[in-house]
Design a protein around this ligand. Structure first.
Ligand code: RIB
Ligand code: CA
Length: 322
């Protein structure tokens, strides 16, 4: 059982990641903290509460930082819709976030559970960086950080070299990689191969349950964006892959590296990945994901989301051209 805190910016793929994590018995979610990213933190918190309600599970949700440490905030509503979950404009969630601030929750939980908690970070790293700045001694007791973000040898999605989570708050990303906490970086190198294709979306659509309908509805806008933006047929679901690496680490291949983040200039937000130990006398701080098995990922993801439809899911997976 891996005890985790999920830090998210829902966001369509974050919402899928929350559903996936909540349906996975290998993970014990101590809380979900929310940060401004795809949409600002108020809306992202409502979206996190909605995803928890759709899962039928109970997990506390904590609102976090509204703005990056230094840079002006840049949302991703072009990708995720103005509501952050595909402009379906669902009624507001019935539940409320906790009163405690996300950063205080993270510090408190790590203090009470030294070396026990993994932080699964799926958005800009502002909450984590604030926690490290406020209490670096306690935060050194984080077991490890698994994050979706960055790109080692693949191109960026916000600039030729920068991935969104690091581009929105590069100063926060720099703090996290310099913190001494061991990081696993699930970057665009591997997530760009996790494409929720029309075939796979139709398998979900045909299940005809409230949850399958929700997944189908919130990904519609995301599919349209991917076609307009990059002529991808389907949509790249980045965040759920980071969840999968906690459950089945063998889904990805990793290499150790020293990672630092550029915070200024034309390469601002770039994850500078040194696999060869040319800097810092061969020291490393990150396990960088360099390869992935997409079929094995979707096998796990879909079976976990829809455990009552194993046979239909398997038929769809086996008929897919991988
Ligand atoms: O670059 C993709 C990442 O940025 C994903 O986590 C997406 O949800 C956004 O946060
Ligand atoms: Ca995200």
């Amino acid at each position: 059982m891996e005890r985790i805190i999920m830090d998210v910016d829902p966001g369509i793929d974050d919402s899928l990641a929350i559903l996936f994590a909540l349906q996975s018995p290998e993970l014990q979610i101590e809380g979900i903290t929310v940060v401004s990213g795809n949409v600002e933190v108020e809306q992202a918190t409502r979206n996190a509460l909605k995803a928890v309600e759709m899962s039928g599970k109970k997990v506390r949700v904590y609102k976090g930082m509204p703005l990056p440490l230094v840079r002006p905030y840049q949302d991703a509503t072009d990708t995720h819709g103005v509501d952050g979950i595909g402009e379906n404009f669902y009624p507001p969630p019935k539940t409320e976030p906790e009163k405690v601030h996300a950063v205080d929750f993270i510090i408190e939980q790590v203090k009470e559970n030294p070396d026990e908690l993994t932080i699964l970070a799926l958005g800009p790293l502002t909450n984590l960086a604030k926690a490290i700045e406020e209490d670096s001694e306690t935060m050194r007791k984080v077991k490890r950080i698994v994050l979706m973000g960055g790109s080692a040898t693949y191109h960026g999605n916000c600039s030729p070299v920068a991935e969104y989570n690091f581009w929105v708050d590069p100063h926060a990303a720099k703090v996290v990689f310099a913190s001494g906490i061991e990081v696993t970086m699930v970057g665009l190198d591997v997530t760009h191969r996790i494409v929720f294709t029309p075939h796979l979306r139709e398998i979900v659509h045909q299940l005809r349950t409230p949850l399958s309908q929700y997944v189908y509805e919130i990904t519609r806008f995301y599919v349209d964006f991917h076609w307009k933006q990059e002529k991808t047929i389907g949509c790249v679901i980045n965040d759920p892959l980071a969840v999968a690496t906690l459950i089945q680490p063998e889904l990805v291949k990793t290499r150790t590296a020293f990672v630092d983040i550029e915070t200024e200039g034309v390469a601002m937000g770039q994850s500078v990945v040194d696999f060869e130990g040319r800097r810092n006398q061969g020291k490393w701080n990150t396990h960088v994901c360099v390869d992935v098995d997409p079929k094995a990922f979707f096998q796990l993801f879909l079976h976990r989301l829809f455990p009552e439809h194993q046979e239909q899911i398997q038929i769809g997976i086996d008929k897919h051209h991988w």
